[in-house]
Design a protein around this ligand. Sequence first.
Ligand code: MN
Length: 231
Amino acid sequence: MSYVFPPPTPTSLPVAGRAQRFPVRRIFCVGRNYEEHAKEMGFTGREPPFFFLKPADALVAVEPSATGTMDYPGLTANLHHEVELVVAIGKEGKSIAAADAMEYIYGYAVGLDMTRRDLQNEMKKQGRPWCIGKAFEQSAPVGVITPAAQATDIATAAIELKVNGATRQYSQISKLIWNIAETIEHLSAAWELRPGDLIMTGTPEGVGAVVRGDMLEASVTGLEPLRLKLA
Ligand code: MN
């Protein structure tokens, strides 16, 4: 096989305690999956989960103990942080029942669904796709994957984001409207999941703007924290 130009190397994430990396295939994201965040965005109630995607090369892989860098993107004056639990899929499957869903999980990481909120809001208003607000380069900083066997208390973990040392977002994974297994059930009804897929499971309340020079520290109890500097 030869190509007209060299194909890109897959993006990948480090795995805690392993030399091998996790190659990333797709990045699925869940919209409005915490009640208090749904409210702050002007919605209420338990609507069926809905999904959008970021390209795999939107990933910013942050190495163990390192501080990642994200360049402030163009076209926006309102770049928002959304701290999220990231589920890494390790096994192929479609139409997975919630009761079986945990078998498909390779591990967990902390991620940021960075959002050009002004552009997203404009697209919403016009009934157009969110891509320009959500799926731009470097819009998906993610830290080290902790294998599922080492992250047994994830369903009861706390999730937090600090900006320059001050807490901006704080909640519990137990407050997910659609929990991890239910999210996989819904997602795999619509897409056949593949090893390497990531699911950003949604953000709790407290989203807000960041500016150049800000230091973001994202954490989920039991997982490697994610540190990111906005350049
Ligand atoms: Mn999000």
